[in-house]
Design a protein around this ligand. Structure first.
Ligand code: ADP
Ligand code: MG
Length: 244
């Protein structure tokens, strides 16, 4: 479903991604953990082409692109296969809840308005926001704004959903609700999900596989029970110990 080969990204002199290799199957939920500043967000942003990687292969759902040689058209095609849930929600402040969820469907996917509306309502129901569809984001809590972000990402029916620390901007009492929604959606829809998170209990419960990322590479990966109970790499062990 998704395959990344030898992905590299630098910002000026700073070499952030130093050759990421990664694969996931359809419906697989993969949690990415690791220290701050080590390239987790950059990795998701490169998969979504918000950032342009310098080198490597990105393949999603049989569209395979060598980032050094590809055309803008190929990148656009690839971008349509992913959607992203951001740490700071990234909702459009001047659009209502319903418009926020409809917008990528009508503008990017060129879907008819009525069809987009129906789809948006379907997903807003799943994130329990049907009573807020005409509100503007400024009148919503952080948790509600993030639920808009999740509905918006799901509604475009992407092959892969990328979630970048979806609960780290939320007040503690709102975290569980959002994690429960993500867990429910992951189970019901069998979507491939890549989730960067610091919530280790959530990672353990929701993920089929855990990746530990440090210094621009994936150092260790495995099933949650293996990574948490018996990490093989010293750096993984130290990171997990610090969280206890
Ligand atoms: P993580 O998500 O693991 O905390 P990031 O991917 O956000 O790490 O950042 C990795 C490194 O890349 C950091 O040193 C960060 O400062 C740097 N970085 C990220 N985005 C940019 C950018 N747009 N311009 C310059 N440096 C960046
Ligand atoms: Mg980050």
């Amino acid at each position: 479903m998704i395959k990344i080969e030898n992905l590299h990204k630098s910002f000026g002199e700073l070499h952030v991604l130093k050759g990421i290799d990664f694969q996931a199957q359809k419906g697989e939920v993969v949690a990415i953990i690791g220290p701050s500043g080590m390239g987790k967000s950059t990795f998701l942003r490169c998969v979504n082409f918000i950032e342009r990687p310098e080198k490597g292969i990105v393949e999603i759902d049989n569209v395979r692109v060598d980032v050094q040689k590809c055309t803008e058209k190929e990148i656009k095609k690839l971008r349509m296969k992913t959607s992203m849930v951001f740490q700071n929600y990234n909702v459009f402040k001047n659009k209502t809840v319903l418009e926020n969820v409809m917008l990528p469907m009508t503008s990017v996917q060129k879907m008819k308005k009525e069809e987009a509306r129906q789809k948006a309502l379907e997903y807003l129901k799943q994130v329990e926001l049907l009573d807020k569809i005409d509100e503007y984001p400024s009148r919503l809590s952080g948790g509600q704004q993030q639920r808009v972000g999740i509905a918006r990402a799901m509604a475009v029916n992407p092959k892969v959903i990328l979630l970048d620390e979806p609960t780290s901007s939320l007040d503690p009492e709102l975290v569980t609700g959002i994690l429960d929604i993500i867990k429910k959606l992951a189970r019901e829809h069998e979507r491939t999900m890549l989730i960067v998170t610091h919530e280790m209990r959530f990672a353990r419960e929701v993920a089929d596989r855990i990746l530990f990322m440090d210094d621009g590479v994936i150092i260790e990966e495995g099933k949650p029970e293996q990574i948490f109970a018996n990490p093989q790499n010293d750096r993984t062990r130290k990171f997990l110990e610090l969280l206890q």
